[in-house]
Design a binder for this molecule. Structure first.
Ligand code: PLP
Length: 390
């Protein structure tokens, strides 16, 4: 019997070692990793710059606490704000915690506006994490079930529906912010219309709401820009980042700009581990590697190669209802639930994930070679055809 709390439905394999986009299990079987630890290992496994940052920093100083100045934190803060186009940052250890900071900033914004029972607009189909506040913000009953009473203060609208947002603005004077993923990840790689972010920005400006973006899955170069919002003409007031920022070393960040960046003051937020020298040194190495290896451009071209490849290979499979994505964030949707594809793809040497029941989600590392991308398209398409062609 396992000593682990039964929180996960795990696949039977144990991965032992990885290199770039490839991993090996304890039997020596090789897999192509198209899930990247769920959007985490963007630089691939065993990236030399990440390994060097970890080993050098671990030999020097891992942790001090935020009682003191932390140089690696200040350095990463500057770098991250620069690529994100934001003013200031608070570091945490995970995505959910970065979102907690974001939600707390919205509550402080409400106090400043003298709104006593504030509300944040959130979206149907969203995913923001598993803490009590973030699961309450999440637009999935499955995630919330069993944990009632939920945290109050969230108002839900359909994603990509500006009219619903405007209706809330007219009817609810308690709203202080809108929180959403620029591309929904867990929700099935759902891209809004091209002008959606700008339209939300306009509503936020009109009503003195904070625009708060959850870029935990879509950020750090995933879509071919540093952050997915950078495909629009707008900037957020607050933004959360995690996953690929540490390439596997736990780190999250909540960034803010303008007045929103001044709301947290000593005493109203904090973290023991958040922003420690080890995780921040690695975060800095990740940003440098994305820049040095020109991985934003690579994510764009590689993503387009994968998208075009799947569209060509699966054109005749009637069970496929949509193939979509941006950069290295891709979804293949079916007309039925298909969780069995995860195991079948694994048998064929490809690691994937199926989200919302009916959509294959691919979040491969940006360092995948063209040949590996073509193998992914060929092998996975064969699995899909074998399982679902009617
Ligand atoms: N927000 C988004 C968009 C996510 O995809 C996730 C994780 O999948 C989270 C938040 C939660 O991040 P974490 O699991 O690091 O707490």
């Amino acid at each position: 019997m396992s000593a682990l709390i039964n929180a996960y439905n795990r696949l039977a394999i144990t991965l032992e070692r990885g290199e770039g986009a490839r991993v090996w299990d304890t039997d020596g079987t090789e897999y192509l990793d198209a899930l990247g630890g769920i959007a985490v290992t963007a630089l691939g496994h065993s990236h030399p710059a990440v390994t060097a940052a970890i080993t050098e920093q671990a030999a020097k100083l891992i942790h001090t606490s935020n009682v003191y100045q932390v140089k690696a934190q200040a350095d990463l803060g500057e770098k991250l704000c620069s690529v994100a186009g934001m003013d200031k940052v608070f570091f945490s250890n995970s995505g959910a915690e970065a979102n907690e900071a974001m939600i707390k900033i919205a509550r402080l914004h409400a106090r400043k506006r003298e709104i006593d029972s504030p509300a944040i607009v959130v979206m149907e189909g969203s995913f923001h994490g598993r803490t009590m506040a973030t699961l309450s913000a999440t637009g999935s009953r499955k995630v919330q079930a069993g944990f009632e009473p939920l945290v109050q203060g969230f108002v839900r609208v359909p994603f990509n529906d500006v009219d619903s947002l405007k209706a809330v603005a007219e009817n609810n004077p308690h709203v202080v912010a809108v929180m959403f993923e620029p591309i929904q990840g867990e929700g099935g790689i759902v891209l809004p219309d091209d002008d959606y972010i700008d339209a939300v920005r306009a509503v936020c400006d009109e009503h003195n709401w904070l625009m708060m973006l959850d870029e935990i899955q879509s950020g750090m170069g995933r879509t071919g820009k540093w952050f997915a919002y950078q495909h629009s003409a707008s900037t957020p007031d607050v933004m959360s980042v995690a996953k690929a920022l540490g390439n596997g070393v736990p780190i999250g960040a909540c960034l803010a700009s303008g007045d929103a960046a001044e709301l947290i003051q000593p005493g109203n937020h904090g973290s023991t581990f958040g922003g420690n020298p080890l995780s921040c040194r690695v975060g800095g190495a990740v940003i440098d590697a994305i820049e040095n290896d020109k991985l934003l451009a690579r994510a764009q071209t590689l993503g387009a190669r994968l998208l075009d490849g799947f569209k060509a290979e699966l054109a005749d499979v009637s069970a496929v209802t949509d193939i979509r994505g941006r950069g290295m964030m891709l979804g293949i949707q079916f007309d039925r639930d298909c969780p069995e594809l995860v195991g079948k793809a694994m048998q064929a040497g490809i690691l994937i994930n199926v989200t919302r029941g009916d959509t294959i989600r691919l979040l491969p590392p940006y360092v995948m070679s063209d040949a590996q991308a073509d193998t992914l398209v060929g092998q996975l398409s064969a699995v899909v055809k074998d399982a679902l062609a009617t």
